[in-house]
Design a protein around this ligand. Structure first.
Ligand SMILES: [Zn+2]
Ligand SMILES: [Zn+2]
Length: 328
């Protein structure tokens, strides 16, 4: 099978021909149809997330067909369509797992980071961390739901129930979160890089009531804000934009350093928090909700072998919505 593999952080992915492997007990072999390209993949490529397995096949928004079952698999059968998210496996036994916070499992392994992921013709996954995909979505359209959608949904929940919501960085995650937020009756204020007129138009088209530069204040105070862009300078900017008791959620796995800011920005019970990974309950809830909104994803499709090009376009901020690799 083909795989686009990271051999050395800082270098482009390399097309490799590998054995597809056999699923172990409780695992399934999936014929990958589509795999989303996520900003986290860039952080892995750039070495901003320490490499714990090299070479590694990135990709944690996998949509594929079950091709082979390991021993004891009973949650799916050959021919089923499944999705595989970032959370690849948890131990079920550590403090966080026992407390119902498997997203913080101390022994977790992650798809496309510590387990080979979906930038390939085949991938192996633990059956307990795979999910059926709603029929209304095509393979490529469904892929961004698995991370951009899920993490955005978890971040939205952590932002509280306030009506006026700011989204900083209008990429794959925000383009889904805005639709869910509007469905929940919120008003969304979208912030992009200065001068990104196309991004601001895109946000308005998807339901944002206002869109502008992240260097500006919104026309009214916000109840909450989610920061999807990996830029620490957005933290004080978002705190400035929210009302007392409002929450700022940092939704990315990596962020540049946060500049120091006066305590007055946090004072009056404003909350600053991060969101890490996801739980299986998040995935089940979100995949049930998405077709009811209905969330529509906008994707730019690239063949598997063009993964480096898709990543470059993500890095340059040139994508509308999400990039997806297909095995075709
Ligand atoms: Zn655990
Ligand atoms: Zn991701």
């Amino acid at each position: 099978m083909r795989a686009m593999r990271l051999e050395k952080p800082g270098a482009p992915l390399v097309l490799a021909h590998m054995a597809k492997g056999a699923p172990g007990p409780g695992e399934i072999l999936i014929q990958v149809r589509a795999c989303g390209v996520c900003r986290t993949d860039l952080h892995i490529l750039d070495g901003e997330l320490a490499a714990s397995k090299l070479p590694i096949v990135p990709g944690h928004e996998i949509i594929g067909i079950v091709a082979e079952l390991g021993a004891g698999v009973e949650r799916c059968k050959i021919g089923d369509r499944v999705g595989v998210p970032w959370l690849g496996i948890t131990c079920g036994d550590c403090g966080p797992c026992r407390a119902g916070r498997e997203n913080l499992c101390e022994n977790a392994r992650f798809t496309g980071y510590t387990i080979d992921g979906g930038y390939a013709d085949y991938a192996i996954a633990d059956q307990r961390f795979c999910f059926p995909i709603p029929d209304r979505y095509g393979d490529a359209e469904a892929a961004p739901l698995l991370c951009a959608g899920l993490i955005g949904y978890r971040a939205l929940r952590m932002a509280g129930v306030g009506e006026r919501l700011g989204l900083y960085g209008f990429g794959a995650a925000a383009h889904i979160a805005v639709q869910v937020a509007c469905h929940q009756g919120r008003r969304v204020f979208a912030f992009t890089r200065t001068g990104d007129q196309a991004g601001q138009d895109f946000a308005r088209r998807l339901g944002a009531v206002w869109a502008g530069s992240s260097e500006r204040l919104p026309p009214e105070e916000l109840d909450a804000a989610i920061i999807f862009a990996p830029a620490g300078a957005l933290v004080p900017a978002a705190l400035k934009a929210i009302a007392p008791a409002g929450t700022v959620v940092c939704a990315g796995i990596h962020m540049s350093d946060i500049p120091s800011f006066p305590y007055a920005l946090l004072w009056r019970e404003r909350v600053l928090r991060s969101v890490a990974n996801l739980t299986r309950a998040d995935a089940e809830e979100f995949l049930e909700l998405a077709p009811r909104v209905p969330v529509k994803t906008e994707v730019e499709i690239f063949p598997l072998a063009a993964a480096n090009e898709a990543l470059a376009r993500l890095r340059q901020g040139k994508l509308r919505g999400a990039a997806v690799l297909t095995t075709g």
